[in-house]
Design a protein around this ligand. Structure first.
Ligand code: UD1
Ligand code: CA
Length: 451
């Protein structure tokens, strides 16, 4: 069965600050309306029909849409009912129509599937939820047999109706043929002088149709955002939804309200994520990984059993299984840490490969460096990889031991099992097994009047 999704995205968002159209404001790093589109893509035989203000709308420019998308223009924003009406010509014969709102971005595929299934019968299906502070939402008025009588908007609600906590998510499903019949009958006789989509409830009843409400137990997935404050709540809700899914899949999270994922985050079973971590782009974390507090991870993979200590930054890098990082380490530029290697406090690795079992535990910069296995880097070691014009490479073969505070002036290669004396400036290659010392000798000078 075909499903046509009418996505309302023409409203100006008067209650928001800023110049961006409301439905492009980001939630979890992605425009609100993009969330809706990505969800729709998860449903078979779906087609998005997006209602925008005009064909030059920024909304059209910024959204990634499937090929079969239809764009329709609502020149004047006369209300949600009017917006849906502009989309009617695009409905396929015999399809189910689902109305979605660009500012209600977190609705889930399973909920939409349930609505579609219910709408196959001769009924209008509306998605509702309970909200204690229900200001701004349409209230669901139920009759003596618990049947839905009407949806009353905030501006039109009586004092008594305002106390109702069951509210309208805005999302509804109905057979296209019924929608085409009912919508032209919507009038704008209300406080806002708008054509309310919600009036469809009364009209459907007049036609003798059944109104089937689907009342959600959890409200997070249907929260909308009309104001900057509501946008904040929505961001938290979206993070909570993602974190709860991770929890259910066997990941331990210190606090689901203090984790931020702005992209795709995969985490293996038995891993632990402490508070205030931010994940961006595509991040894959293996099993039994420990991520300490205050880390930032972007477009990277982290292997099984890795220990990432507090305040570590990992960007565009790969961390092999069993590695240890931080506190305060920084990886970037396609750095690869092979298994069981360790980069400790205040160590930065950029465009480098750290071989298996190699270690740099304190205060080091590794740029354009390739380390073999079991290399040991002393505190304060710096690769001098940039001569002001070009970047050069440093190669440290297996089991090299670099003394503390060594400057490795690239290009330079240290052969297998070679070492450097502390404080050396190494400008020439070192043969395997040799000890290189490049520093001035110490001289102790006797002084008469000092003990
Ligand atoms: C709407 C519902 C309300 C529901 C709430 C849920 C109506 C009359 N009210 O109110 O019952 O509880 O959503 O979040 O439907 N839009 C257009 N063209 C227009 C007007 C709006 O495309 O002429 C779009 C907006 O861009 C937005 C969506 O429709 O994405 C909803 O409009 P909005 O003004 O935010 O409706 P609410 O007041 O939130
Ligand atoms: Ca809204």
């Amino acid at each position: 069965m075909n499903t046509d999704f009418i996505i309302l995205a023409a409203g100006r968002g008067k209650r928001m600050t800023g110049s961006l159209p409301k439905v492009l404001l980001p939630i979890a790093g992605k425009p609100m309306a993009q969330h809706v589109l990505d969800t729709v893509a998860g449903i078979e035989n779906s087609r998005p029909i997006i209602v925008i203000e005009n064909q030059k709308s920024e909304v059209k420019k910024f959204l990634l849409t499937p090929k079969n998308t239809k764009w329709v223009t609502q020149r004047k924003q006369l209300g949600t009912g009017h917006a849906v009406k502009t989309a009617l010509p695009e409905l396929r014969t015999g399809s189910i129509a689902v109305v979605l709102y660009g500012d209600v971005p977190l609705v889930e595929v399973k909920t939409l599937k349930a609505l579609i299934k219910m709408a196959r019968k001769d009924s209008l299906v509306i998605l509702t939820f309970n909200k204690e502070h229900s200001e701004g939402y349409g209230r669901i008025v139920r009759g003596s047999k618990n049947q839905v009588e009407a949806i009353v908007e905030e501006k039109d609600a009586s004092k008594q109706q305002k106390k109702i906590t069951e509210v309208n998510s805005g999302i509804l499903a109905i057979q296209s043929a019924h929608l085409k019949k009912l919508l032209p009958k919507i009038k704008n006789k209300n406080a806002a002088k708008e054509y309310y989509l919600t009036d469809i409830v009364g009209l459907a009843k007049e036609e003798g149709m059944k109104i089937n409400p689907l009342l959600l137990k959890e409200s997070d997935e249907v929260l909308g955002a009309n104001t900057p404050l509501e946008l904040q709540d929505l961001e938290r809700a979206s993070q909570r939804i993602k974190a709860n899914k991770l929890l259910l899949s066997g990941v331990n999270i210190a606090d689901v309200n203090r984790i931020d994922s702005r992209g795709t985050l995969k985490v293996g079973r038995g891993s632990f994520i402490d508070v205030n971590n931010v994940f961006e782009g595509v991040v894959e974390i293996g099993k039994n990984v420990k991520i300490g507090p205050n880390c930032f991870v972007k477009d990277s993979t982290i292997g099984d059993g890795v220990n990432v200590k507090a305040s570590t930054v990992i960007e565009d890098s790969q961390v092999g299984p069993g590695c240890t990082l931080g506190p305060f380490a920084r990886l970037r530029g396609g750095t690869v840490m092979e298994g069981n290697s360790e980069l400790g406090n205040f160590v930065e690795a950029n465009r480098s490969t750290i071989g298996r079992d190699s270690k740099a535990k304190h205060l080091t910069y590794l740029g354009d460096a390739t380390l073999g296995t079991k290399v040991n880097i002393g505190a304060g070691t710096i690769t001098c990889n940039y001569d002001g014009e070009k970047k050069h490479k440093t190669k440290l073969e297996d089991e090299v031991f670099v003394g503390s505070n060594t400057s490795l002036v690239a290009p330079v290669t240290l052969g297998k099992k070679s070492s450097t004396g502390a404080g050396s400036v190494i400008t020439k290659n070192v043969s395997p097994g040799d000890l290189a010392i490049g520093r001035s000798r110490q001289s102790n000078i006797k002084r008469k009047n000092k003990k």
